[in-house]
Design a binder for this molecule. Sequence first.
Ligand code: ZN
Length: 254
Amino acid sequence: MPSATRGGIEQLAELVRAADSVVALTGAGISVPSGIPDFRSPGTGLWENVDPMEVAHIDAWRRDPKRFWSFYGARFTMLGDKEPNDAHRALVTLERAGRLDAVVTQNIDRLHRRAGSADVVEVHGSVERSVCLSCPGEQTLEATLERLHADPDGIPRCDCGAPLKPGVVLFGEWLPEGALERAHQLAASADLLLCIGSSLEVQPVAQLPSVTRMNGGQVAILTQGPTPYDRRVAVKRSGDVVSELRALLDALGL
Ligand code: ZN
């Protein structure tokens, strides 16, 4: 299916200007310019030779933390080295100019926070911290990797001795309730939901554009490739996210 384009950047800028509340909803596409592949893109995925449902499942972590971390350790090391890009920074500019209330993201890469966004809702968790399920202990990404490398079995451990679990939502785990509720509230109260780099196919974010529209808000999409909402939104742009957001800032005089 060819990816549709609706509306221009000037029209998007007008929607932003007219809105009291703008909320951004971001997916893997905003981090691709930082060198983080979208795992669902053929040929570029991190999941190429493994079944994510098997490797990244809470049962796999429980059953065999050594095997789990031998896979996740490499992924964490890769993510730990990545830097925010101009698309992340454009959202910081919008937020600081009072044009953006919050960022809701599916991404676990912590790049919105590192770029400087103040209000970030991470519905799939983040690699920023690892947690212990046996005690309240938690560790930063950096400390987790240090412990992983120091452990003879390659398992990063809590001070209590139990294996750490990444602070991301694994398959078979519930999504964080507080983050979900906040994302829903933000979508419901947004005059404009600005969806960036998300195919809007994965729950829970897939339903958020409908939540905004049912509450009288508008939806704009900056995503390469089709989404289920393309024909029903005010603006859909399919260009590179960095160029699109730069053009939006220009149009807003920011
Ligand atoms: Zn512990």
